[in-house]
Design a protein around this ligand. Sequence first.
Ligand SMILES: [Zn+2]
Ligand SMILES: [Zn+2]
Length: 326
Amino acid sequence: MRALYLDRVLTLRRDYPDPRSVPGEAIVKVRLSGICGTDLELISGYMAHRGVLGHEFVGEVVATAGNGSGAGAPEGAELAQRRVVGEINVGCGRCHACRADLERHCPNRTVLGVLGRDGSFAEYLSLPPRNLLPVPDSVPDEMAVFCEPVAAACEILEQVRFDGRETIAVLGDGRLGAVVAMVLAAEGLNPVLAGRHPEKLARLGALGLRTNLESKMEPGFDMVVDCTGNPAGFERAVALTRPRGRIVLKSTTALGGNLNLAPIVIDEVTVVGSRCGRFEPALKLLASGKVDPRPLISAAYPLDQGIEAMAASHEPPNFKILIRPS
Ligand SMILES: [Zn+2]
Ligand SMILES: [Zn+2]
């Protein structure tokens, strides 16, 4: 099959082996896949991933997992031919985290297209049936492909309690900041999305989001969500948060240099690290129509132009670039 393979450099492979024989896993034909900041970070060396990139996808189950015994229906048989999205973390199933239904914190996990597991920038991928969720017919591919970033945004709602009156700033006018602001707005939380690109802010404002130039933001927010993807974002978040306020960190960019943590102590600020979330609430939110990220799609490229698609993802006016494998 064709696949976008990362081994220090990203190449289009036309002879990559199909994931046909993975025991206990279903085979998914990828219909649409999204490029996110994590992919761009992986290309620049984050996590040292070697393999097929891509972790945001919607696809169709073309083979369910055999049950090994030869008796009864194969595992995941109810998913056959279904359109699905998939949770990207695959745990060992035995450790403390896995038993607590937190596979995404399993120390032995693999992560689709990120860590030890081939991803979705390919014609086919494989995942255990338990990771797959059927997509309701009312949710088109172009919405379902956003399930992973929407789940990451929904994770904030599970980690932090809101009373609905908080002042909230979302820092970063990129892909993740836009989705986080959309989800918080859908929950009635009225966040201000702050960024450095007037043309991006104008586009996001046209979608009904409150926006502001980051340089014009005044301190005193009850909560600041850092989606900047750059190390300076954390310090800016600290400066904008009121004493006893909260910071949610979404950027996985390693903090370099001299980080001054004194303001966190002096102002008794709570810092919450936040990564992946559960897909089920995200899929429900998309199905409800309360969150529709489709206006964030800038272009869809065929897999054969995957390298060009990746380059387009770096261009400032672009939000979400999709890859269509077939
Ligand atoms: Zn992502
Ligand atoms: Zn585990």
